[in-house]
Design a protein around this ligand. Structure first.
Ligand code: SF4
Ligand code: FES
Length: 247
């Protein structure tokens, strides 16, 4: 395939940035989207130009670092797929592909397609943990019976990889699907009850302090989430928040 790429180039956080056109030729339909970006970068390096910066790590859909807005969609056109799991067979010879960073006030661009998502880390630090005795008397995990239904829902919530697609997709740049998933994975389990009163309160306070917007129930986040995190996690977070507010 021969493709035209329109890519957001931005030298630094303070640079204004602009879309720049590139041509890539001989792209195999079996390549992943990131391999196609590797081909472009090799081309740029060989011609003495600055390669396009983008985040990636696992390249198998589990680390959540490959944040890209592709043709106006977070992680591109295929549902339930991260950018690294997207393959060029989803595109056609002669296509023009628009590639931009995830855009949100709380995710400032560092360079080109790389954004700073440490705001998510700070939300996690504010309440996304449980207290476990690790002094040598650690209880066997199977010693606490958990209803299968609750375990399944907690596992579904824990599938969130913290990629930020929900924020990038939301017109309010809301992080409530991410925070809802992180609150839910503990709220559904007995191990999560020790900090339950403060968890949602603290995580929501940090979410607001980072500058994320509120949820207005559009549901775009759920549609674009590569892990299929359900909006019902936002409802659970709201219930946890309210019950935490009642002293
Ligand atoms: S809720 Fe989905 S879109 Fe949002 S950070 Fe988690 S995995 Fe990514
Ligand atoms: S590189 Fe890890 S999820 Fe894409």
């Amino acid at each position: 395939m021969n493709l035209t790429l329109k890519i957001w180039r931005q030298k630094s956080a303070n640079d204004k940035g602009k879309m720049v056109d590139y041509k890539v030729a001989g792209i195999s339909e079996h390549m992943s989207f990131l391999e196609m970006m590797d081909v472009l970068n090799e081309q740029l390096i060989n011609s003495g130009e600055e390669p396009v910066s983008f985040d990636h790590d696992c390249r198998e859909g589990i680390c959540g670092s490959c944040s890209m807005f592709i043709n106006g969609e977070a992680h591109g056109p295929v549902k339930g797929t991260t950018t690294c799991q997207l393959h060029m067979r989803s595109f056609n010879d002669g296509d023009t592909i628009y590639i931009e960073p995830f855009r949100a006030k709380a995710f400032p661009v560092i360079k080109d397609l790389v954004v700073n998502r440490s705001s998510f880390d700070r939300i996690q630090h504010s309440g996304g943990f449980i207290s476990v005795n690790t002094s040598g008397n650690t209880q066997d995990a199977n010693a606490t019976p958990i209803p299968k239904h609750d375990a399944d829902l907690a596992m579904d919530a824990a599938a969130c990889i913290g990629c930020g697609a929900c924020v990038a997709t939301c017109k309010n740049s809301s992080a409530m699907l991410f925070v809802g998933a992180k609150v839910s994975q503990y709220a559904l389990l007995p191990q999560g009850q020790v900090e339950a009163k403060e968890r949602a309160q603290n995580m929501v306070a940090q979410m607001d302090a980072e500058g994320f917007g509120n949820c207005t129930n559009t549901g775009a986040c759920e549609v674009e989430c590569p892990k299929g995190i359900s909006l019902s996690n936002i409802a659970r977070m709201n219930r946890e928040f309210l019950s935490g507010a009642i002293k």
